[in-house]
Design a protein around this ligand. Sequence first.
Ligand code: PMP
Length: 380
Amino acid sequence: MVFFDNNATTPLGKNVLDAYKVALKQNWQNPSSPYRESAHTRALLEKVRFEIATSLGLRKNELIFTSGATESNNAVFAHLGKSIKSKSGCLISPFEHSSVIESAKYWFDGRIHFLPANEEGFVDSDRVLDILNSNDICLVSLMAANNESGVLQPWQDIARMCSSRGIHFHCDATQWIGKKTIDDFSLCSSFSASAHKFSGPKGVGWLASKQPIQMQRGGGQEGSLRGGTENVPGIISLLTAWEELKSNLNIYRDLHLWRDQFERDLMNAIPQVNILGKKAPRLWNTSLFVLPDYNNLSWVGKLDKIGFSVSTGSACSTDKNGYSSISSSMGLSENESRRLIRVSSYFEQTEEDWCNLASAFAQAYQELNLESSESSVISI
Ligand code: PMP
């Protein structure tokens, strides 16, 4: 199978499993215990924190290891929601991950404003100043790269606007970190990331924050901000994934050309395909499109049989009716949403894989057309 759903998760990096296993076996002591072997494990955790924080341009105590981005995003909204006494609201994009949207609904019920975005799914930073000037807002949250369309957002501009007004700016950087070089995240008041999006293990990530954000009480771990015995093998092998990522990031610059060629081939094979976010700056690995016919699950099934894993969009961003936040914010009808497919590569997929993927869509279309004409003959 060729895996084209890397925005959902990535396979473990080359040496990550070994690093995980070694840590599980050799660093099983509780890092908080008072003897030497525990001190060694504690020192390893602090080394990871130092290395990651340094490469992100942060101080060590600004990086808190969490179970991943969902927890980190929730923590920011809970912290601001509880500590702001006034009736201040929050400002988010309409296509944030559900961990941001649901947290906003819970903590800022009735006080949520939405960032204006164009039909490409790109936030219009020129209109944000007006919103900030005419509303009482204490928290702005904008993802760096959208998990479904791959559209890169102007988070640096919005971070600067917030900083000059003393507004907390949070960035969900989950899809950016692992696919783009590290930008100036020190512009953000806080940002989140998740190791399984950059070939690390699942269940570990971080919240980076300039101000202390109280997450879990008790235990005293993570500078007393997130009590609970640390995920030692997860954190240690996260560093292995991070180190492997650095060498991969040197080569990503031209990889969008393969995705672009795939989109041209796809449009040649199926001319009515509508590629979303095509005119906006996008992640090099992602393509989101509406197919002209057939339910997306039929496409996924066909592609699966031909040997490719693709997605109907992001499972965690679908609303209770099954439509993703990106489709409604990009103006798709419910019917179009049912024909939405996302493909996303990572560093393992080759130019040939992208070419073969386009051929697989052409083959799947032929087979679906054939099945549909046969079934209409039978029904007559
Ligand atoms: N934010 C974005 C943009 C994501 O794509 C995801 C994962 N789909 C998350 C947050 C949640 O990450 P995690 O799996 O680490 O909780």
